[in-house]
Ligand binder design. Structure first.
Ligand code: HEC
Ligand code: HEC
Length: 196
């Protein structure tokens, strides 16, 4: 996808250092495991980037995707990060990732409402006050792999990962079989924060 950006320092970092994996418009690239970013909040993006840079996320030896990401942003300074988060949430066009997984959305809705909505909100747009990101508008394959990384104890285990620990404690609530596919099938029916 082509996208025209302002030429600001943040736009230069984006084009030179992020677009190769996340796509020029931040729409994500499944083959590289790099998710769509444009429907997340600036708060959440800022914290994740800080965590990748400081080794709170992406440092576990078995976290291959997280390590690729962490290596790619190791040179960012703390002052680069808010500008990048602003660029992703305001200048990049809103993504609408295609559905790639199958699941029973009506079964998933029950789980979502009972377990996930308390933090991620009923509309799956997230709740910054609780540190919980938007799940609507994120690639379904990434929702699955990131959920699995909490179950496998490769994300959310760093002692400074306050919010990650909350998600990691909750993840076993859905450990069984197809439950997560059903929940994700439901999430993909919900409209994202910015309409494409
Ligand atoms: C080498 C490929 C690569 C490059 C370059 C890269 N990323 Fe990533 N990024 C990834 C992968 C892979 C993940 C998923 C990590 C995971 O599965 O935990 C990711 C995850 C993220 C996340 C977390 C998303 C979430 O929902 O938690 C953010 C934010 C992010 N990248 C922003 C950036 C920015 C900004 C840049 C440029 C400064 C960048 N990335 C450069 C591969 C890359
Ligand atoms: C107790 C609050 C809480 C509950 C309940 C909860 N989550 Fe989370 N979840 C979080 C927080 C906080 C984060 C962000 C952690 C971080 O900052 O790394 C998160 C992160 C995630 C992520 C990673 C998203 C990304 O962009 O990388 C996924 C996927 C996820 N949650 C799915 C779910 C699902 C599905 C449920 C219900 C089965 C659920 N969560 C229930 C708090 C919660």
């Amino acid at each position: 996808m082509t996208v025209s950006l302002s030429g600001s320092p943040s736009a230069q970092i984006w084009q030179g250092q992020c677009a190769a994996c996340h796509g020029a418009a931040g729409e994500g690239n499944r083959a590289l495991g790099a998710p769509a970013l444009t429907q997340l909040s600036a708060d959440y993006l800022t914290r994740q980037l800080q965590h990748f840079v400081s080794g709170v996320r992406g440092a576990h030896p078995d976290d291959d995707a997280g390590k690729r990401m962490a290596l790619s942003v190791a040179n960012l300074s703390q002052t680069d990060i808010p500008g990048l988060a602003a660029l992703i949430t305001t200048e990049l066009p809103p993504a609408q990732p295609p559905v790639t997984l199958k699941g029973d959305a009506s079964r998933g809705e029950d789980y979502y409402v009972n377990i996930c909505s308390a933090c991620h909100a009923g509309n799956a747009l997230g709740n910054d006050a609780l540190g919980a990101p938007a799940l609507a508008g994120v690639n379904d394959w990434y929702l699955k792999s990131s959920y699995q990384s909490y179950l496998d104890d490769i994300r959310g285990t760093h002692p400074d990962d306050f919010y990650g620990a909350q998600m990691a404690r909750l993840a076993p609530a859905l450990a069984k079989g197809d439950d997560i596919d059903d929940v994700i099938a439901f999430i993909t029916t919900l409209p994202p924060r910015r309409s494409p």
